[in-house]
Design a protein. Sequence first.
Lengths: 474, 199
Amino acid sequence: MGKSLFQKVWDAHTVGTIADGRTQLFIGTHLIHEVTSPQAFGMLRDLRLKVKFPQRTFATVDHIVPTINQDAPQDPLAAEMMQALRKNADDFGVTYFDLASGKQGIVHVVGPEQGITQPGTTIACGDSHTATHGAFGAIAFGIGTTQVRDVLATQTLALEELKVRRIEVNGDLAPGVYAKDVILHIIRKLGAKGGIGYAYEYAGDIFDRMSMEERMTVCNMSIEGGARCGYVNPDAKTVAYLNGRPYVDMSDFNATAARWLSFASDADAHFDDIVRINAADIEPTVTWGISPDHGIFISENIPDPAKANTALEKASIEEALAYMKLEAGTPIKGVKINVAFIGSCTNGRISDFREVAKYIQGHHVASGVQALVVPGSQIVAIQCEQEGLPEIFRAAGFEWRGAGCSMCLAMNPDKLVGDQLCASSSNRNFKGRQGSSTGRTILMSPVMVAAAAINGSIADAREIFHMDAPATIA
Amino acid sequence: MALEPVPSVTGLAVFIPGADIDTDRIIPARFMKCVTFDGLGEFAFYDVRFDEHGVKTKHPLNDPRFSKASILVAGVNFGCGSSREHAPQSLRKYGFNGVIAESFAEIFYGNSTTLAMPCVMASPEDIVAIRDAVEADPETEITIDVKALRVRTSGGLDIAVTMPDSAREALLSGRWDPIQELLDNDAAIDAKAAELQYV
């Protein structure tokens, strides 16, 4: 029997077994940012340890960066965190894509665009959305800060091997249905804890046809489905995306590409579970509650606790509806919004902004709605500028900001106030996630966010923008 | 590294209701604007313990009957979401020494074990039984027996719980922080690095 990509990468990186039975796994690439690394460097100093392979750790600053006047945080705590990362990178000899580099951005946008993210590698970062890098056929996952220390000091981690669930989505997506809808649908079907103990392999027509950026959107939210990592097998698109990027060794690119492709799952690979989903069944999906698996199609009504199957489910729906201030059994379409946010490591890449820009010309953000557009990196921002996208967004009433995590997680000035409701292209609708303990989040694709911003309430983008041709997934 | 084995933890308990309690709930992101983990204890569950005016809510952690609790009892998928170690760090610094839940998110689980905070899984029925026992008598003493994989209460409950073998072994042998073992394999690490073409 053949091997899955997960198994091949795991085997290739196994250093040994430690006393408690876990595998000591070599971590080829380590990404760090300002929030979860300072304590790890502090632990290194306490233990008088060095960074074992400084050339395999890459740093950037993203969570606390303001999106207006990026390099001048008014918050002294944020400034201290930036200074700490600068000092740690200098003291330990780690590459740092800082604000002056022109390459700063959300760590999960920077890694791929620099070509640091490569197939057949292991990637760890003190951030749960590290799963994003699985789009390239890497085994990539989030770790805690003590583990950041372990990688810095030894370039290895003590880990339990995961099972592999193959999720096949075949058929055709309807116009206006995006990668974001596919992953929100998968999470809805399998649950927020469905992936615990698993790596997700995304396979089938839909992922084969997706661009690298769409694959990143899908893999990014593996963790919202409970899976610590998710991946797509590398193919010609993966190779073409990486060709010529700064950190790709171009000395014998054909051999490198062949090595990358050799990591793809074998045709007769063993999987611990297989789930099949029909692409044609997926509609534009939005969340209604406080967990990413609280998803419904835009055409559906908000769930009714009276129709719950179990007491636990009933209590869960009631808690979510009370927090969201939504009425059971009513359409999600038409729910008024206050804020719209397009950006984040899920949907802050060039293709996201291009796609939205295609539809918003001639429209304007509804009065009373604040709409933020935040590129995922400085490079994405420059690309957008070269293509004239900021002007299109501004003309339609959106605010065009500097690169960073922005309103995804409330560690910078971009936050909800009071019980504002935000249509958001980010990844988490947890209570308080966007910075107000009563703030409300509805997750959706960037085009659906734009439709909500223009309509002033949750809307079906296919109606607002009169979509009839298939979208980006060719 | 010679660390203290953790064969069991004992203390009073508090039940925190709700499924899918995420790490943003355990420690809101704004409290992560720091370069050490010091002082995180006071912000554990902050946004559900206090309303937007800073007034205490009816959260169980504000209930004086549970003020001495050092064992947290919860539902399914506890600790999901962000990988932030700040979450188990804040629970440890708040005074928790162990967690009993129906299930845990993986990253939170690993982070907690590395901080010598045992996390064990119990059936939904047993979680209800523990909750009822604790709420009927908050002075109920609970023991998480890592060695025997049992949770016992001073009121006579004695239930089977589970945890991964590796976490149990790490706690029992005092190897819950694996850094020394990882460092000891330095030669094997160098050999692996030499073998991997991209490193």
